[in-house]
Design a protein around this ligand. Structure first.
Ligand code: FES
Length: 174
C-alpha cells in the first residue's frame, strides 16, 4: 500500500506542519527550533523524567512545557543565581534572585551567537562574555553589545518553599 494511503502522519509531516503553522510569525523562529529538537529526540521525554503535569498552551509565544523544580528558596539568597536546564538538558538557563526579592529566569543562550550568559551581581546585569553583550535582568532585553533580541523568559512559580520553572515565553520586540 502506498505510504500516503495509511492516513498516518510521519514525523517529518508533523515537523512540516509545525513549520507552516508558525511561518507567519518571526517570533516563532525559536519555537520551531525547539519543537524540531523535541521531535528529533523522538519524544523520549517521559512522564517519569518530568513528574509534573504538562503546562497548557495558552498564548502567543508560549510553549507547552513541563513543570520542573529548579531549587529550594533557601538555597538562592537575594543577589544570587542558579544555573539549570529547561525544558531539557540541551537548554541552559539562569535563575536570579533580585535584590528586591523577585525571581527572574531566562534561557541563557546569548541571542547573538549562543554563548552562555551569566549573572553579574556587581553589574546587576546578565553578561555575555563572548562579545560583551549585556541583558537586562528585569526583562531579558539586550542593553548593549551585538545581541539584538531578548532572552526567552522562563516562567516561574513558588510552591512548598521551592522554585519551579513552569513555562517559557519566546518574545520578540526588536
Ligand atoms: S555571543 Fe553573546 S555577545 Fe556574541
Amino acid at each position: 500500500m502506498p505510504k500516503h494511503e495509511t492516513g498516518k502522519h510521519s514525523e517529518s509531516d508533523l515537523l512540516h506542519l509545525v513549520d507552516n503553522v508558525n511561518r507567519e510569525e518571526d517570533v516563532d523562529y525559536n519555537r520551531r527550533s525547539f519543537l524540531k529538537a523535541m521531535f528529533a529526540t523522538g519524544l523520549t521525554m517521559s512522564a517519569a523524567t518530568f513528574p509534573f503535569s504538562i503546562h497548557a498552551l495558552t498564548g502567543k509565544g508560549k510553549e507547552a512545557l513541563p513543570q520542573v523544580k529548579i531549587a529550594d528558596v533557601k538555597d538562592v539568597p537575594r543577589g544570587g543565581s542558579v544555573v539549570f536546564n529547561y525544558p531539557d538538558e540541551s537548554q541552559p538557563a539562569v535563575l536570579v534572585h533580585l535584590s528586591n526579592g523577585e525571581y527572574k529566569a531566562y534561557n541563557s543562550k546569548c541571542t547573538h551567537l549562543q554563548c552562555s550568559v551569566f549573572w553579574s551581581q556587581e553589574q546587576e546585569k546578565l553578561v555575555c562574555p563572548c562579545h560583551h553583550g549585556f541583558f537586562s535582568v528585569e526583562n531579558g532585553q539586550p542593553l548593549a553589545g551585538p545581541p539584538k533580541r531578548e532572552l526567552p523568559l522562563i516562567e516561574l512559580e513558588i510552591r512548598n518553599d521551592a522554585i519551579y520553572a513552569i513555562g517559557r515565553k519566546v518574545r520578540h520586540h526588536a
